[in-house]
Design a protein around this ligand. Structure first.
Ligand code: HAM
Length: 445
């Protein structure tokens, strides 16, 4: 027996067949669901591009150090959730748990500071975090992310980014969203507030659970995030950041709020919104959707001036957000936005060798004209073929038998009402173009 370099295991002479399943927390998206995913992604592209954003595509993995530095060593993401491994040259690599760090790395690597500012980028793709899987929480999940880098930190940028997200959700007709915003201050005022908060937390330490007690030392702000029921009354009495913002941060936050109002964006101020990643400063925000249970945050983001600098780049302003696409889709499904069945426009039912040659040609021409066509590879009796067409959600069946081929008059059946009509090849194309310009009631699944 030899050792396989790929698996590091002894190769078995005749391995027993094994039934594989997707790894816990990751899943397949099947054709009945993907039209909704594509619709969401196309809408994101349209809306983001209408705000002047361009698409960036980033690698699936990066040096572990990039995420550790950006997101912070003490965060859950870095300390517990990253998929990290040693590459063959012993360098440490992690699957991306989010996109902001990579986009900042790309900003520096491609000298984007010399591009017209601000640089507006969007990205969509899978992320990886080893969390406990549950509804709306996966180990491979999808984010739709956007970042604005460079230029100044005008509050109008914060407000426009939030306006863009709400425009996107609105375009998807996602109802019942709650937008929470906060300011967590800057390098000047936040450390002072954190000390005041820590001192207060120490006074009420015995009323807090073990996680919050630990966070008094590691990251007191995260105590504000606690969902533990018994801690809520104590947390409500703690000092608030808003009262400790420096003049510049207070002014910035007031202007963000004024501009949100100017843009017709409805928000709620939430002094306990601190976010779980270390790079944030000033504006933070989160959006909660309906029908998702405990994993109900569909979007999170905020300002992160200084992150590019931390990664070895020039001083750079930055703000962005990520939408959890899996949760967005769940919420759309819960609100009754059923995914459109993939379906077919035309099912080509054929019988006989001569008819098959015509069917192949007809399918080719119909596909070239942009129709979704199903051409069965083996002969089926017309009755069976029509059943099959129906199951596939076909709108029309083109029936080609010996008679149709010799007369040049093809039969087209409308599956919704069973009506039939004859067309010549040229008339058929014209008719189908006209008929499919109006949406039909879908038959089949
Ligand atoms: P985040 O809050 O860690 O922020 O993630 C953003 C969104 O991703 C969450 O609100 C949620 O919808 C979704 N999400 C996170 N983890 C999971 C999971 N395990 N399963 C399903 N969905 C999940 C960030 O990632 C920041 N990079 C956002 C940002 C961009 N800030 C500035 N720029």
């Amino acid at each position: 027996m030899s050792e396989s370099p790929a698996t590091g295991q002894q190769s078995q002479p005749a391995a027993k067949p094994r039934k594989f399943q997707a790894i816990k927390g990751v899943r397949d998206l099947l054709p009945a669901e993907t039209p909704l995913w594509n619709h969401v992604e196309e809408t994101a592209r349209e809306v983001f591009e209408s705000f002047g954003f361009g698409e960036i595509r980033i690698p699936i993995f990066e040096p572990t150090e990039l995420f550790a530095r950006s997101i912070g060593l003490d965060t859950d993401v870095v300390s517990k959730e990253m998929y990290t491994f040693a590459d063959r040259d012993e360098s440490m690599i992690s699957l991306r748990p989010e996109a902001t760090a990579s986009i900042c790395r790309a900003y520096i690597e491609h000298g984007m500071q010399s591009w017209p500012a601000p640089v507006k980028l969007y990205f969509m793709g899978p992320m990886f975090r080893r969390e406990r899987p549950q509804k709306g929480r996966y180990r491979q999940f999808y984010q739709i992310d956007a970042e604005v880098l460079g230029g100044n930190d005008a509050p109008g940028i914060d407000a426009e980014v939030i306006e863009m997200i709400m425009t996107f959700f609105d375009r998807l007709e996602l109802k019942g969203l709650e937008l929470d915003i906060n300011s967590i201050g800057c390098r000047e005022c936040r450390p002072k507030y954190v000390e005041i908060l820590r001192a207060e937390l120490l006074k009420v330490k015995d009323q807090l659970g073990p996680d919050s007690q630990r966070r008094i030392e590691t990251n007191p702000l995260r105590v504000l995030d606690s969902k533990v029921e018994s801690e809520q009354a104590v947390i409500a009495t703690l000092p608030r950041m808003a009262a400790h913002l420096c003049a510049a941060c207070a002014e910035h936050f007031a202007e963000v709020k004024r501009q949100l109002e100017l843009r017709g964006v409805i928000y709620r101020e939430n002094w306990r919104l601190v976010r779980g990643l270390d790079y944030y400063m000033r504006t933070t925000f989160e959006i909660i959707a309906q029908g998702l249970g405990s994993q109900n945050a569909v979007c999170g983001g905020g300002r992160y001036d200084g992150l590019v600098e931390l990664l070895g780049g020039p001083p750079t302003k930055g703000i962005g957000f990520a939408i959890g696409e899996d949760r967005l889709i769940l919420s759309l499904q819960e609100s009754g936005k059923a995914p459109a069945a993939p379906g077919r426009d035309v099912y080509v039912a054929w019988m006989g060798e001569k008819a098959f040659a015509t069917a192949v040609r007809a399918a080719k021409d119909l596909r070239a004209a942009g129709f979704r066509v199903e051409l069965p590879a083996t002969e089926r009796k017309f009755g069976k073929a029509l059943e099959h067409a129906d199951k596939l959600g076909s709108r029309f069946a083109l029936i080609l038998g010996e008679d149709e081929v010799s007369s040049g008059e093809w039969t087209l059946k409308t599956l919704a009402d069973g009506s039939q009509a004859k067309y010549t090849e040229t008339d058929l194309l014209a008719y189908l173009r006209e008929a499919t310009a109006t949406p039909a009631t879908q038959s089949g699944s």
